[in-house]
Write a protein that binds this ligand. Structure first.
Ligand SMILES: [Zn+2]
Length: 133
């Protein structure tokens, strides 16, 4: 082994077995070292994505809107409020007020209470609160 390659091997984490290191090509070792460096930097410089909490996926707007309607119906039945306010992300607000305004209108009619809509710009797509009055 050339000296610089030996250095690279020694610098690597012991979690890599001797066998797997020796079976790698020189190119492979360099790539592996770079990847590990980037992962370490990511660990230091980054945090878990607040939207998906590390899953890499977020629920669709339609799914979140459906969950909200289920929650509104459940809370209305349980607490019998005089009115409700949905606090949600701007994209859920846009969807419920512009794209599908019938969803909340139908809920208001069947529950016989007004449902107000408010955007909190700090809320991610899946984040919402339902306030009861
Ligand atoms: Zn994410």
């Amino acid at each position: 082994m050339k000296p610089w390659i030996q250095l690279t091997v020694e610098a690597m984490d012991s979690t890599y077995s001797r066998y797997s290191i020796e079976s790698l090509s020189t190119i492979g070792l360099v790539q592996m070292t770079r990847k590990r460096t980037r992962e370490s930097l990511e660990h230091i410089l980054c945090e878990t994505c607040p939207s998906c909490e590390g899953r890499g996926f977020v629920k669709t707007i339609e799914t979140v809107a459906y969950e909200i309607t289920r929650e509104i119906v459940r809370e209305a039945a349980q607490f019998n409020p005089k009115q409700m306010m949905l606090i949600c992300s701007h994209e859920i607000n846009d969807y419920l007020s512009d794209d599908e305004p019938d969803i909340l209108a139908d809920l208001e009619e069947s529950l016989q209470i007004p449902i107000m809509l408010k955007t909190d710009h700090y809320y991610g797509r899946e984040h919402y609160d339902i306030a009861l009055y």
